[in-house]
Design a protein around this ligand. Structure first.
Ligand code: AMP
Length: 380
């Protein structure tokens, strides 16, 4: 199947071929025609499945037919859980939407940065990608009006609930016109989310994409048995001897992320830590440098485990294991993306053994093990 049969506008098809989007991913095949027809959609799919383009492309086509520019009244609202995801989704709208005959103006708004530039920037915006708290602040200060919303998208809805945005989401829903299209994407379906689905979605097309299990098969998972105090030297040994140019390292706390990044830098590796205790500016800059290859190692907490798409990330390392097996899968899902193979490494100290067993059981997969007791790590 090619994109040409899905009903997208011809100018958008031209942009797609320039971006190497040659054939639609399964979620796109299912969602694009439905969204073009104004249907509600429930997509059970995670980052990596191509879900962003599955709503961006048809919404841009729909906007070409009816691009209303009423000042500070946005037409499409995308709610996302994190600032990073807001920026990433807006980039996809920008990539495909800015060169169209009727250019679509999109903007990302999120907390943790000054509100004034966002208030000014909201002039003439058609598509707003927002985290819930900042959106409500902007609505309260009348910088944006939601009464003209035609389509509401909830992206990573499960994460939004996990982060405690339920009350804000309900306040936002109450501000929207009753008649509208609703698109909801989530990696998992909890009872809480089912309640939202039932109240929000009308006769939705349900699409389930088992992207994570497919992706997991693409990932080469390896676990290294190592004493806790040798984790740092082993990490540096692995990065240096394998000459990995782009490595994402996960720790369990912001404090640990800083400590690991500091040690990497002291040992001559380009590294930065990003976590919720850093300013938004520092987070954005570190992510930009990592994506562009200016720094080799990014050390983070589960803040980045979901939602962030870094194309062709070759290697992810669990310096410390996440608490939940689901987060393990999300973390390693940062590699093996877009149908390319990746490497996911876990450093397992004796105290981690029991928890790692549980993770493997939940995943239904035994991870290959390498012993490191004999490995000489002096000098790393
Ligand atoms: P997402 O799940 O939306 O985060 O997308 C995952 C990655 O797949 C992103 O890097 C997209 O640019 C890429 N992608 C999405 N759809 C396609 C497609 N049809 N062809 C090629 N790449 C795609």
């Amino acid at each position: 199947m090619s994109f040409t049969t899905l009903g997208l506008s011809s100018s958008l098809l031209d942009v797609l071929s320039g971006k190497n989007y040659t054939k639609p991913y399964p979620i796109q095949q299912a969602a694009i025609p439905a969204i073009l027809n104004g249907k509600d959609v429930l997509g059970i799919a995670s980052t990596g499945s191509g879900k962003t383009a599955s709503f961006v492309l048809p919404l841009l086509t729909n906007l070409q037919g009816d691009l209303v520019i009423k000042n500070r009244h946005v037409t499409v609202l995308v709610l996302v859980p994190t600032r990073e995801l807001a920026v990433q989704v807006q980039e996809v709208f920008y990539t495909f939407g800015s060169g169209l005959p009727k250019p679509v103006k999109s903007m990302a708004v999120y907390g943790g940065v000054s509100i004034n530039p966002q208030m000014i920037g909201l002039q003439g915006v058609n598509v707003l990608v927002a985290t819930p708290g900042r959106l409500l602040e902007l609505v309260e200060s009348k910088a944006v009006h939601l009464s003209g919303i035609k389509t509401l998208v909830l992206d990573e809805a499960d994460k939004m609930l996990n982060l405690g945005f339920k009350e804000e989401m309900n306040r936002i829903f109450a501000l929207l016109p009753k008649k509208r299209q609703n698109l909801l994407f989530s990696a998992t379906l909890s009872d809480d989310l089912n309640n939202i689905n039932q109240f929000l979605l009308h006769d939705p097309l349900v699409i389930k994409i088992a992207a994570e299990t497919n992706t997991i098969d693409l990932i080469n998972q390896v676990a290294y048995s190592v004493e806790e105090e040798r984790k740092g030297p082993l990490l540096r040994y692995l990065i240096k001897t394998n000459d990995w140019q782009q490595v994402l390292v996960f720790t369990s706390s912001a404090y640990k992320a800083d400590a690991v990044a500091d040690k990497l830098v002291k040992n001559g590796l380009g590294a930065e830590a990003i976590h919720s205790k850093k300013s938004q500016r520092a987070r954005t800059e570190a992510l930009r440098q990592f994506k562009s290859g200016d720094i080799q190692v990014l050390v983070t907490t589960d803040l980045l485990a979901r939602g962030i798409d870094i194309e062709f990330l070759p290697c992810v390392i669990n310096y410390e294991l996440p608490r939940s097996p689901k987060d393990y899968i999300h973390r390693i899902g940062r590699t093996g993306r877009a149908e390319s193979a990746g490497e996911a490494i876990s450093l397992i100290a004796p105290d981690d053994e029991h928890h790692f067993k549980i993770i493997q059981k939940k995943m239904g997969k035994q991870v290959n093990r390498i012993e490191t007791a004999e490995l000489i790590l002096r000098g790393y």
